[in-house]
Design a protein around this ligand. Sequence first.
Ligand SMILES: CCCCCCCC/C=C/CC(=O)SCCNC(=O)CCNC(=O)[C@H](O)C(C)(C)COP(=O)(O)OP(=O)(O)OC[C@H]1O[C@@H](n2cnc3c(N)ncnc32)[C@H](O)[C@@H]1OP(=O)(O)O
Length: 292
Amino acid sequence: MALLAGRTVLLRAGVRLGAEAATRGGNGARRFASHRVLVEPDAAAGIATIKLKNPPVNSLSLEFLTELIICLEKLENDKTFRGIILTSDCPGIFSAGLDLREMCGKNPAHYAEYWRAVQEIWLKLYLSNMVLVAAINGASPAGGCLMALTCDYRVLADNPRYRIGLNETLLGIIAPFWFKDNLVNTIGHRAADRALQLGLLFPPTEALQVGMVDQVVPEDQIHSTALSVMSQWLAIPDHARQLTKSMMRKATADHLIKQREADIQNFVSFISKDSIQKSLQVYLEKLKQKKH
Ligand SMILES: CCCCCCCC/C=C/CC(=O)SCCNC(=O)CCNC(=O)[C@H](O)C(C)(C)COP(=O)(O)OP(=O)(O)OC[C@H]1O[C@@H](n2cnc3c(N)ncnc32)[C@H](O)[C@@H]1OP(=O)(O)O
């Protein structure tokens, strides 16, 4: 996939991405931003902060996912950066997860394209050679939780409204096996079994207790905490840490890689069912009516 600064690029996913802004930051590092993914580089520290900015709730639309995939590819290929802090620019929301509108009322080809992008972002994040620290500064259901789960360390801001978990069953859908594998690797089989079946969304204290996050801190300390965790992880020689990360994660990633196409077909046939379409529409409608 060609990545050209300042040009419009046609992506494999078929999404046309607008021109990218590229400027120089204070420390001379190249700062780049797409429409919805803000990157704040600190070249001296070797860290980039990615701020998700797809208001109102950072739902993971196909275009947003595509921008994020490109951004991660660029950072991965840029030897300046050894670590990423993943956080949100939308107040009170880390990410509302997959964009339900991408899974409702569309055709099978669209569902397949969308699901491939969801797989791709997971693989990119989960297998990244860089240190990934999630600074979770808002609610983080479903796909939002999954993104955080791919990171090496999770810091959650202490606010009871910032619940995190894989709540798919509440929508009448099923977390795919690789969501489940990632959760089991993080919180263990018994806790994952209960959390997945009940679609639990954990408030900060419970999220910490169950091991869904590694640390809960006051909201105004989230970025400083993420930075200090990052420097601890970056003190480890890259080659040793990267090989260890790969040893810990490869089997889980390979599980999906070996059956990517079958997983896409499963998703398409599941999501195309009338009963599933109906459940998702009812859920979306409830979300919309909540305000009125
Ligand atoms: C065999 C294989 C099977 C595979 C099966 C499929 C597996 C798919 C897995 C899916 C994982 C997912 O990620 S599904 C998405 C799950 N997400 C949620 O349940 C979150 C829903 N949203 C909320 O709970 C809340 O919006 C919030 C807590 C995130 C924020 O609350 P707040 O009050 O601040 O905002 P609103 O609720 O008023 O929302 C504002 C606005 O955004 C729309 N919205 C919210 N979430 C989504 C979403 N995920 N997708 C699309 N749109 C979303 C909401 O409807 C409001 O819209 P309007 O302003 O137009 O009313």
